[in-house]
Structure formats: structure tokens, C-alpha cells
Design a binder for this molecule. Structure first.
Ligand SMILES: N[C@@H](CC(=O)c1ccccc1NC=O)C(=O)O
Length: 258
């Protein structure tokens, strides 16, 4: 069967507000002209003028966190150990069977920024699209943040999934979820206000911390979720293996039957 490939990943890019300022990625581009000098230095007697149109190699040096761009969080990101005491999985330990599977997309673009999705919202959306959740499904949420990537308000846009919503998914055997927002949790600007009003620290990062009970991974900063069907597609998201790390950059794609 013929399959269409949809790229669900963003490009890492300088100069866009993709993360809080201290965490912005930085890409240092070395030109073909600079590369000609580097290459010539490795071959005594060679001049940059001897290279094709005086060009050597282009290369980039990148400084960034493991959470820059489209990436997958491992349970180690949200706690060092699980509720039962076992050490949390790091990104290099995630079973690849979690990373490839049937996808289902939930459309939460109409929910207000900062809204915390719970089981009733999930039930309503699964009923609307007529999908029965199965163990191993990869659940992607399309939020209002999706079409704001690279814009000033990206970090404050979209809804997130709370503790009860996350447990609803993981208790049914979901091991990988994804969002086009900055975090699986609601934007911190809203959680900060709720924390200030209530003093309740259990509201902070509640969706992430729910993974201490049943481990799961979340892909963040996805792109183009609006071009996916509701279900009937395969997600492939293979995180780069960074030894004992909390996350890995992950080129994420969907395969849709034509
Ligand atoms: N959005 C992520 C956190 C995150 O992206 C992050 C956390 C710590 C340091 C840097 C981060 N992001 C980008 O560099 C989350 O809520 O899991």
C-alpha cells in the first residue's frame, strides 16, 4: 500500500523564541570558505584556491539542551525514581517498541490557552472521532500552540494534559504521547497564576509527574499535526541516544495510508 510521509518535526533555528531565553539553542554556521581553510590546513601544500570553486566543507557547531526542537522526554526528566522505587528510564533505555506505533490525533485547538485537559475531555474527543483507545496507541494532541511555533507567544499558547488525563492514557497502556506545544503540561504562565491563587504545588508539572506511577514518554514541539487524519496512521519517533539523559532530539514522522 502506498503511504504518504508527513514530517511532524520543527527545524532547529537561531533567532526564534522557541524556548525560554536561557535555553535557546545556538547554531554556529561555518561557511564553505571557512571550510576551505580548514581543509587546506589538513593537506600540506594545498591552497583553498585548488578546491572546486574555492569551496571546502560547510559545518555547524550547536549548543543546546536535549529539550531543544522536537524531542522526546524520558521518565528520568520528571523524576530520578518511580513510585515503586525503581530507577526511572533514561532516553537511551526507552524500548523502540514504544517509539513506533498506531497514532491517534486529538484536536484541542479550540480549548483556551492554559486549560488543563482531563479524562472527560479525552472521552469526548475519542467519542467525536470514533476511536477506541488501545494499549500501544501513540496519542498526539493538536493545541492552539501548533501554529504559533517561532512566534513571540508560543510558550504561552495551548492547553496541556493534567495528572488525571495523563493517568487515564497511561493506565490504558499508552506509553508515548505528543504535543505541538512547548510542554505536555499547560503553559507555565497559567500554572504560575493558579499556584499563586491556591498555594497548591501539586498543580505544578502535574502531567509530567503522573509518569512516576506508570512510566511514559512525551514528544514536545511537534509540527503540522493539523495535516494528520484523526487516526489510521503510524507514528515513528526515534530519539537520539544521549547516554543516561532526560531527553533526545527526535525526528518524528507519520505514515498515512493513501
Ligand atoms: N518543555 C519541557 C521542558 C523543557 O523544554 C526544558 C527544560 C529544562 C531546560 C530546557 C528545556 N527546554 C529547552 O531547552 C517540559 O515541560 O518537559
Amino acid at each position: 500500500m502506498k503511504q504518504r510521509i508527513i514530517d511532524l518535526s520543527v527545524s532547529l533555528q537561531n533567532g526564534i523564541p522557541s524556548d525560554p531565553p536561557p535555553f535557546l539553542p545556538s547554531i554556529d554556521y561555518h561557511s564553505h570558505a571557512a571550510g576551505a581553510l580548514q581543509l587546506a590546513a589538513m593537506f600540506p601544500g594545498l591552497s583553498p584556491d585548488d578546491l572546486p570553486e574555492k569551496e571546502g566543507w560547510a559545518v555547524e557547531f550547536v549548543s543546546m539542551s536535549t529539550h531543544a526542537g522536537t524531542h522526546m522526554d524520558a521518565p528520568w526528566h520528571y523524576h530520578s525514581h518511580m513510585k515503586d522505587g525503581g530507577r526511572s528510564l533514561t532516553i537511551d533505555e526507552i524500548p523502540l517498541s514504544w517509539c513506533i506505533g498506531p497514532g491517534v490525533k486529538l484536536d484541542f485547538r479550540q480549548y483556551p490557552d492554559g486549560y488543563v485537559i482531563g479524562p472527560a475531555d479525552l472521552d469526548k474527543e475519542f467519542a467525536r472521532i470514533g476511536h477506541t483507545l488501545s494499549a500501544g496507541d501513540i496519542v498526539l494532541i493538536n493545541t492552539a500552540a501548533g501554529d504559533r511555533y517561532g512566534r513571540e507567544d508560543y510558550l504561552e499558547r495551548g492547553c496541556g494534559v493534567g495528572r488525571s488525563g495523563t493517568l487515564y492514557l497511561t493506565q490504558k497502556g499508552v506509553r508515548l504521547v505528543g504535543t505541538d506545544a512547548w510542554s505536555w503540561d499547560a503553559p507555565f504562565a497559567y500554572t504560575r497564576a493558579r499556584y499563586q491563587q491556591t498555594g497548591d504545588s501539586s498543580l505544578i508539572w502535574e502531567g509530567h509527574y503522573a509518569g512516576k506511577e506508570t512510566p511514559y514518554c512525551q514528544i514536545e514541539k511537534l509540527s503540522a499535526l493539523d495535516s494528520l487524519p484523526d487516526d489510521g496512521f503510524t507514528v515513528i519517533s526515534l530519539p537520539i541516544k544521549v547516554h543516561r539523559a532526560s531527553a533526545g532530539w527526535s525526528r518524528t514522522i507519520a505514515l498515512v495510508d493513501e
